[in-house]
Design a protein around this ligand. Structure first.
Ligand code: GDP
Ligand code: MG
Length: 296
């Protein structure tokens, strides 16, 4: 861990920033851009993020601990309940709350319960690249009375993110760093590998498969210059197995190839992935299965 002198510590700022909002507004894209690394998986489909993903932005004088959260939805089954539990957890622990909206979303922009009143809260109007400038300015004006600060940004095109970071820093408490300043996250590589495989599932299959599947890394062997990783893809029905595997294994082969590529980007080592497809009937509705698959 980097040594910080007493004098430097005196004006060091650090804290937790929860990123909240509806599915698909760009929360994960935003966190990845802010920390400068793709930690949180991103797809065009809603409900890609299922847990809180922690990512650190470290500078000489600041450590921002971001929590990217699942999109806020009306829970329909046990997994959704868990997902909303993670959202509430992030809200409780946050020093600053960031509410992300699609800039082009039609008003009203509801304030989420418990978030807006008790903590410094920033409103981010994202996807400004897709919005009419005048309309955006108008919305910004209306929202300025409800939030401590409002920023119009494009996470995808890196627009106005510096202003957002400065706004965040101004609201953070003075504190020594909360985590190792050389790290990007305190979550294990095994977790990020699972997430990467899930992202490839979201990008490879249509309809139900992305939503009724989850991934568990069973074994991770570090060999001399490569990692050999065994992971299970859990689905809900036997009938889904041939869809996941595809004709002559072409679909699952695609998932494996793309996931191996992205895992290697993150670890800096070659990744060899063995994927197994397994069935746990209705796992999304079962407390025990959710626990077993890491949704705790
Ligand atoms: P989340 O569900 O809120 O985490 O949203 P994601 O980060 O997964 O993004 C959802 C989709 O919106 C993806 O296809 C992103 O590429 C896209 N997206 C995110 N930010 C922007 C942006 O600033 N502009 C545009 N045009 N698209 C964006
Ligand atoms: Mg997300």
């Amino acid at each position: 861990m980097k040594k910080i002198s007493y004098m430097e510590l005196a004006d060091f700022k650090a804290g937790f920033v929860a990123i909240l909002g509806k599915p698909n507004v760009g929360k994960s894209t935003l966190m990845n851009r802010l920390i400068g690394e793709k930690l949180s998986i991103v797809t065009p489909k809603p409900q890609t993020t299922r847990m809180n993903i922690k990512g650190f932005l470290n500078t000489e004088k600041v450590q921002i601990v971001f929590l990217d959260t699942p999109g806020i939805i009306e829970p329909k089954y046990e997994l959704h309940e868990k997902m909303m539990g993670y959202v509430n957890q992030s809200l409780k622990g946050a020093d600053v709350v960031v509410h992300v909206f699609d800039g082009f979303e039609t008003s009203p922009y509801p304030l989420l319960e418990g978030g807006g009143k008790t903590k410094p809260t920033i409103c981010v109007l994202n996807k400004s690249d897709l919005c009419d400038k005048m309309e955006l300015e108008e919305k910004k004006g209306l929202l300025a009375v409800k939030f401590d600060k409002v920023f119009c940004v494009s996470a995808l095109h890196d627009k106005n993110l510096d202003d957002l970071v400065n706004g965040l820093i101004s609201l953070l408490p003075y504190s020594p760093p909360l985590y190792n300043q050389d790290d990007l996250s305190d979550m294990p590589m095994r977790f990020f590998a699972q997430e990467i495989i899930r992202e490839k599932i979201f990008l490879t299959y249509n309809d139900e498969i992305p939503y009724c599947s989850t991934v568990v890394v069973e074994k991770w062997s570090e060999e001399e210059n490569r990692d050999v990783i065994q992971a299970n893809i859990w689905i809900e029905r036997d009938s889904q197995k041939p869809i996941v595997i595809g004709k002559n294994g072409d679909k699952i082969g695609k998932v494996r190839k793309h996931a191996e590529h992205d895992i290697a980007l993150l670890t800096g080592r070659k990744a060899v992935l063995n994927l197994w497809v397994k069935v746990k009937y209705d796992w999304r509705k079962k407390y025990g299965a959710l626990h077993e698959f890491g949704y705790r």
